[in-house]
Ligand binder design. Sequence first.
Ligand code: FES
Ligand code: FES
Length: 153
Amino acid sequence: MKRINLVVNGIRHSVEVGDSALLLDVLRDQAGTTAVREGCGVGACGACTVLVDGMSVSTCLALAERYDGAEIRTADGLPADDDVVRAFVECGAAQCGYCIPGFVMMTHELLSENPEPDEEEVARHLEGNICRCGTYTEICRAVTTAAHRRAAR
Ligand code: FES
Ligand code: FES
């Protein structure tokens, strides 16, 4: 076991992790960030995505011990009036909601890198995220809605 420090949504957590502990499990079980979801468990669906130092990471593939000192953002830590979440709700971009935290975090990454993405750029950035309900049209609309609102501010 090894002790590591994670800053999760601004709160410092000091946790003991084994060699094979996954960041997904540490975030859910030890940091209490249950918006981080396990979908496929093999890096193919995006449900478990968080931002580590601003970059998206599939936590189901990430060994926790490698993230000692990392600054992690999850959907749990977004403010109640988060503009991306609001756009997803308004555009009906969710059915089960299982996949949505991953989409929302990927959208935050996209908009911080590219504030006004076109539809193709949205689709390309989100291509690793799977929505089994097929709400991709609404999700794309939500991303562009959030982008337009930020641009208008
Ligand atoms: S649960 Fe991690 S990519 Fe699917
Ligand atoms: S809304 Fe979650 S799989 Fe579609």
